[in-house]
Write a protein that binds this ligand. Sequence first.
Ligand SMILES: *[C@@H]1O[C@H](CO)[C@@H](O)[C@H](O)[C@H]1NC(C)=O
Ligand SMILES: CC(=O)N[C@H]1CO[C@H](CO)[C@@H](O)[C@@H]1O
Length: 620
Amino acid sequence: MNPCLFALLFWQLAFAQRRDEDLMSFVTLPEVRALKFEITHHNRDRASPGYWFVAPYGLIDPETPTRKYLQYQVGPYIYDQDGVLIWAGSPMFDNRNVFDFKAIHNIDDKPHLSLIAQRSFDETVQGSGVILSQHYEVESQTFKLPNTWEFNVHEFKVLDGAKSALACVYQSKMLDMTDVGHPGEERLFLTGGFAELDLATGAPLFEWDSADHLGLHETDRFHTWDEPMGPFGWDSVHMNAVDKNAAGDYIISMRFTDTIYMISGVDGRVMWRLGGPESNFIQDFVFSKQHDVKFVESNGTHHIISFLNNASDEITTDETVSSALFVELDTAASPMTARLIARYNRPDGQLSRLRGNVQLLPNGNVFVGWSEQGYQSEFSPEGEVLMTARFASDRFSTYRAYKSEFTGRPRAPPDLVASVYGTNEDDLTTVFHVSWNGATDVAGWNFYAQAYDGGAPVLIGYVNKADFETMYIAHGFLDWVSVAAIDHEGNVMGTSAVHRTKTPDNWKTAGFVGSSKGLAPMNPSTIYKEGQASGDSLSHSALSDADTKDLVGALSQAYEVVRGLGSLLILILVGSSILGILLAVFWVLRRRRQTPTYRHVPSEESFPMEESHLRDNGSD
Ligand SMILES: *[C@@H]1O[C@H](CO)[C@@H](O)[C@H](O)[C@H]1NC(C)=O
Ligand SMILES: CC(=O)N[C@H]1CO[C@H](CO)[C@@H](O)[C@@H]1O
């Protein structure tokens, strides 16, 4: 191949403008580009209830700052089981990487969220372990220990009651090489350990480091002939998970020794090793390069543990497929025994070389995050693959993925954008887009308009929540608009601020050919009022749910097409989309004629906006 052509191709591959069709976009949150999921439900009926908690990142290290405008993509996200976005936390963490993001239910009777927010590239923002309330407010933030260089990104495990949390700790230390046959020699190593941190003060209640308890010979990574490594030293053990049982002992995982260790909570001694060349167990299975070891049950001597056996890493492959393992340990027996009780192989038969996690769900199902490209799967207890999913984008991974029930009640009000369109005063249409970042359990939206600022809100209509963002089209130029989120029992969950409707910068160039007299917003009560001649009103509430769904579906499809366009096809597609919108409008008008009376929505007629503003968006 011509070298110039090759160079050009390489350049294009490496630096080409990334395409964005694997990302979502929203009118109400234009700064957020959430990742899309590709999902296969193999057996939806057996899936456990709950949402997905992922934290996509592009590069695992903090990314270099840029002066270019960037939309928010990486950080904590909640999705439902159909990949519908529930919460985009990327703006809250300013596009920084987040790890180990999950819902936790062990603090009080309210659900919480926990995560590790990575430091910024220039370290002006420190990394931390963070607990958020169900209102997405920071309740607790814990920073790195003074003897370390960052808050390690592998684990942030909040213990029951949230007095303390477990975190991995990496330190750079000069270690004596006697253990590997070089007495009197010292080398710089990155050691691995953990700390139990007091969440009120950030101080360590318990600290443990591999340098004090393990021999250098245990690592399968370091060889005495290796060159010295970087400013931090050789990553000797690669500590990547920690958990604590009721007896007060800790279980930890080290990827570069292929070993799970039990650490005494009394004196830090290694109580036993599982796996690796020095295993203390008679075991009927093998594993390597494991992640996310957790207690499922433990009474001090008998344990059931779960972990991800990725069986491979950056360099070697030990098995042909990665798996989630559940193992029963009897440490009272002599010799101690380790028995495999369940194994869930990666459904696509691939290897997760790095990262991953296993979660036993309350109904016995097993949820596994395989990490790369957000690949995740849910299994029935006996191993049936119920669901597999991955990010539509191959540019992002998530360190871990979790599934959990959660109730999110954001303090911020719903976001609303309304715009008016039309070609003359008779066909003016107000298009609403509404979303509420982080709110779970929203069943639908009430739409309101006022005759003037401070006027009484008039109910325009109701539509079921269709997606993260819901679109609604109302007849007429409506202004001073607002929305109310309605739950499944019909209660108001929260209301937006009153927004002004956006008008075209230039009505004529936007296609308006009527007289300018038609351009003032109308008094909504003249057309959206009970008993009013139906010929002037258009409301979704006059349509059945199914009709509404069809209409909203048709409109938002046309709208999606318009929005997602790239380049040459734009004219053709805009044309057909406009045709689609025209058809939809025509269809609505036709229906309107078929529905002689406007059906009033009784409970919301005189919905007092002032009062609703005072209403809390949820309880503490
Ligand atoms: C722990 O569980 C095992 C198996 O169920 C049981 O045999 C053993 O007695 C228990 N030990 C304690 C201390 O409860
Ligand atoms: C089946 C298999 O290859 N298992 C390997 C898992 O990893 C350990 C440690 O690297 C090996 O000793 C096993 O043979």
